[in-house]
Design a protein around this ligand. Structure first.
Ligand code: ADP
Ligand code: ZN
Length: 220
């Protein structure tokens, strides 16, 4: 069977996490989220966590060499190397995208999807967002878990992320514009990009994503 290798790009709050979880279930491949990995390493107070913490708190990018090494080690694990992955939060600048091509050679990504949502909408989503600390599932103050801020899927604590404050959000969005947005043109130039409208309810967005992905996979 062919592996399926997908990358989701998009602003903070565009719905990458939510959609990546769904796509990973659909294609039966692991979800690789560098943000979740860093949060786990911080929680476990490991070496990587200690190196990443101060950048995460201020909304800055963790240095490329730390991120690239972490992703490189993740990709050689059997689940990802055999079946593929849905990756989210990486790459976030051209240097990381270059490094990813290098790590995946000779089996490049099948498709990079830009999940497109206007800035005004993501600002509103982020202010009300709540996240499961264990599995990463997203909720909001308007759509909380069924009981007591524990995750419907795994029972983990559902909390507001420490970097989902107004000041840090605007810094993260600024980083996105400067560092990550240029990747859209970068992937477009090599015919690896599909832009998908990320507005609307999550099921509708999932359907749009699947349509874009299936049509690409049919071509390979
Ligand atoms: P966001 O919603 O800000 O995109 P993530 O959960 O993806 O949040 O990442 C949280 C933080 O982890 C980022 O603000 C950054 O400090 C760090 N991080 C995650 N992925 C990367 C990456 N590819 N390169 C550099 N830093 C990263
Ligand atoms: Zn959970």
């Amino acid at each position: 069977m062919l592996a399926t290798r997908l990358v989701i790009l998009g602003k903070q709050g565009a719905g990458k996490g939510t959609q990546a979880i769904r796509l990973s279930q659909h294609f039966r491949v692991p979800r690789i989220s560098t943000g979740d990995m860093f949060r786990m390493f911080v929680k476990g107070d490991s070496e990587i966590g200690r190196r990443a913490k101060k950048y995460m708190e201020s909304g800055d990018l963790v240095p490329d060499e730390v991120v690239n090494e972490m992703v490189r080690e993740r990709l050689v694990e059997l689940d990802a190397s055999e079946h593929g992955f849905v990756m989210e939060g990486f790459p976030r600048n051209v240097a990381q995208a270059d490094a990813l091509d290098d790590m995946l050679s000779p089996h490049p990504v099948d498709l990079v999807i830009e999940l497109d949502v206007p800035t005004g909408v993501v600002m509103r989503r982020l202010a009300s967002r709540r996240v499961c600390t264990v599995c990463g599932l997203n909720y909001s103050v308007d759509a909380p878990p069924k009981k007591n801020w524990t995750c419907d899927a795994c029972g983990g604590d559902v909390v507001q992320r420490e970097d989902d404050t107004e000041a840090v959000i605007s810094r993260r969005l600024d980083q996105y514009d400067k560092q990550t947005a240029p990747l859209v043109a970068w992937y477009l130039a090599t015919d690896r990009l599909a832009a998908v409208d990320g507005e609307g309810d999550p099921d509708t967005v999932t359907r749009r994503l699947l349509r874009a992905i299936e049509s690409r996979l049919a071509r390979r």
